[in-house]
Ligand binder design. Sequence first.
Ligand SMILES: C[S@@+](CC[C@H](N)C(=O)[O-])C[C@H]1O[C@@H](n2cnc3c(N)ncnc32)[C@H](O)[C@@H]1O
Length: 260
Amino acid sequence: MRISDPFLEISKIAEIPYELVPKNYEIIGKSMLIKFKNNFPFDKYRIARAFKEVFKLHAVYEILEIKGPLRIVNVNLLSGERIVEQHMENGIIYSLDPSKIMFSKGNKYERWRISQLVKEGQIVVDMFAGIGYYSLPASKSAKEVHAIEINPESFHYLVMNRFLNNSFNVIPYQMDCRDFPYDNFADITILGHFESLNFLGKATEIAKNNSLLMIHTIEKRGSQFPDIFREYNLKITSRRIVKSYSPSTVHSVYEAILSK
Ligand SMILES: C[S@@+](CC[C@H](N)C(=O)[O-])C[C@H]1O[C@@H](n2cnc3c(N)ncnc32)[C@H](O)[C@@H]1O
């Protein structure tokens, strides 16, 4: 039996050398987002049409940028039509509009990890919930997941995904997480934002004594643990590299226990 290579087909249809077919993409449901290298020398629309045909997609977008603290996505539709997708992962349905909201395959392990960490009956606070990336896996064992999201677009999908997954123990809040009203409350506090270190003050108020914090950050490759953890009495129990972020930086996640 011959196994066909989709990139070979794309290179033939789009008439570009095999090794230059872009490999840096995300597939969300049946939509693809491609990050092209600077000064990509071929017709992007022709390549997008080839991807759409070979991968049988609804839409192919070019990622232009992902900007600001709200991680707003700016894309260009190259082929097909814009559709709200349903993306399945580990038995969870994530509904989202890929032209507006990211879903990173690089964070797949972290979404699974949360589902394993949460124990029956625990209270989880997800300070940067997005569309429910971590809240939904956490909800499988948690008593309650308090999911805070500031951006109305993401919040809309968070509410929808709560219904789609029958995760009625997810309690959504559309607000700035700095205004969350409960202290000494969470068994697990999730800070899924690259600027998490600026929110440690609030996170350590929300968290109970001896509870777990999951802290995402961007840092220099090979750097020491940031000093700020000591200031907040956080004892690091693990650090993982989630993915490469730029040639000199990585997206890391720290698991830490808080002493109050
Ligand atoms: C980087 S995204 C979440 C990414 C996600 N953890 C993942 O795995 O792909 C961070 C989310 O935090 C939200 N956000 C940013 N600042 C916030 C704040 N002060 N309070 C609540 N949500 C906030 C953004 O709108 C965005 O949806």
